[in-house]
Design a binder for this molecule. Sequence first.
Ligand code: TMP
Length: 235
Amino acid sequence: MEGLFITFEGTEGSGKSTQIHILTNRLLEMGREVMALREPGGTAIGEEIRHTLKHSASNAAMFPETELLLMNASRSQLVHEVIRPALCKGRIVVCDRFFDSTIAYQGYGREMDVQLIERLTEFVVGSTIPNLTLLLRVPLEVSESRRLTRLNSQPVAQRDRLEEEDRSFFERVERGYDAIAAAGGTRVRSIDATQAVEPVAAEVWRWVEPLLKVRPEQGERAFKTIGEYRNEAPG
Ligand code: TMP
């Protein structure tokens, strides 16, 4: 795959949407072909699954196992229908959440078996792993107050099942993101998102820009095919 795959992670109210908006505009202004996606969702099937997970009237009865599988069902559709084809065409894909959210929310938040989630993730995404994951960190109190403000201003019909969870759930999610940051190596970059929007955007750019340099302009290919190498081989 020759495109560039960037994901944003973080708890509610960490400012992901704003940063994704700034980054994608910047890339578009440079003439890059960019796709901004979200999880769960991002395809017609995925958006139906998103509705079931977040807003449907019957979703209070959902079991954690069902939630885990629906998150991955949405992801499977997104990977096959959108992400892989886009990367194969050399596009930049920016996704609001990806498999790290499942580790943080279902693995740590719901206290499900993280190794099982990793195996499921491998089945669903295969080699479609982000080149860069930007983890926007804010303290629990900040995300909690932003989440509660949003929750209280929503009409009842728009209620969000996941945002209704209690403080201990989000504490565990934070611990999940701590573990992801510690284990993620150079793929995962943590950013202090308590800063103002502009300094956060500058840090995002600091990690993204070097990855653009090693990639070709739209339409060119970064790597030769095996056949091209063979054609060049002496004798
Ligand atoms: P958001 O698009 O407003 O961030 O809402 C998505 C919600 O779904 C958010 O509460 C995080 C949650 N989520 C999971 O629990 N597991 C996942 O794998 C993903 C992608 C999201």
